[in-house]
Design a protein around this ligand. Sequence first.
Ligand code: C2G
Length: 449
Amino acid sequence: MKIVITYGTYDLLHQGHINLLRRAKALGDYLIVGVTSDSFDRERGKLNVRNNVLERVESVKATGLADRIVIEEYVGQKIDDIQKYEADIFAIGSDWEGKFDYLKEYCKVVYLPRTEGISSTLLRDSTQQIVRLGMVGTGRITHRFINEASNVSGLKITSCYNPNEAEAGAFALRHGLNPFSGKLDYFLADVDAVYVASPHTSHFDYVRQCLKSGRHVLCEIPFVLDGREARELYELAAAYGVVLLEASKTAFCPAWTHLLTLVKSGVIGKVVDVKSSLSKLLPETDRREFDPMQAGGSVTELAPLCLMSIIKLLGTDYSEVSFYSKMDKGVDIFTKANIIYENATASMTLGLGVKTEGNLVVSGTRGYVLVPSPWWLTNYFEVCYEDQNQNKKYFYTFQGDGLRYEIREFLSMIFNDRPSSFLLRAKESVAIADIIGKYRRGYQTKILK
Ligand code: C2G
């Protein structure tokens, strides 16, 4: 019996796929089809797959051409499968010509003619709803956001808003957008959704206006600087039936979400402690990050991601929080916070004027997870045990600036009418803002000399 094996995503299954499967089947007597898993597709940057893996398996099965279907989960699995199933031929479309020659060591490799004029991408784009997005703020991160957004389908960035007309105009000219700088309502009339990336202290008002105009909002971190404001905004979003999401990029990246599922599944036993650190020594101190009038300081600049990691791992029901800060020119250049739960402890170490190792350590009753610095650009972590031979290393790609993952989740919530994201729930964003608010009110804070 001659066994043929082939692989694909098979999203929105179409005639090109069917032709390929038919041609592959004709090469032998038995056809194995590998269908990529959702996480594997995300891993390899295919963020816009419309059908989930079960739907894609079902559609391949319905062709009646596959004698066996396997799920492709990881890079290198093709080699394992070819040996495991003793495949004689690996076949794939000619768009991959040469890319799988390394498999010739294991079996015959055949590149089959690709069907021109049809692809999952074309189908996705032709049926894709488009969200017109406007950007409030034209600072550093907004340039990166535009680049990242080009990797996510279903989004068209149309406008930018900055009260300073010259800045709005320059940004719009550079990126081919419509500039707005007067009344926000004119800007809002031009968009369906807004990315708020203005200075911290203006987030609350902008987000509230956008929500009340029925626009979806993705707001940069720090979302808002007080739990009460956060709660009010999520209540507004619910009342107006629009999406509100905190742009805490790490919360949406594949490596982090997998780390979370591993820990929640008990691989290190019960989590007893979380240590999360983030420091960024900035060259000059005449920037907004050091300006108390612009809510500068280590907590407002760096706490959101560390608090996200602690709250996603331990929850929002902490019993107490205390802070230790080193101050300079009216802002905290260093803050350590202890967040105590009934059955666990957590600490975060933040520094704009103090350098530390930016890692994340999750300590459990059976082992621990170590995410080396920069843990928040998660692309590698290790699950460690007393017997180091049991340690497991996990590697991921962290595509670009990592903003594409939050953008994709934001769009998915809009398209699927999903008011909340399990990746970062409203109550978790509120808890993050609440801790920042406590700090800003001087709650339980010891100032270091
Ligand atoms: N295909 C084709 N003609 C098209 C579109 C796709 O022959 N018009 C073929 C592809 O060459 C591939 C198979 O159909 O052999 C599945 O295509 P995709 O679903 O796009 O899968 P792909 O992303 O190419 O992944 O590990 C997965 C493999 O690398 C293939």
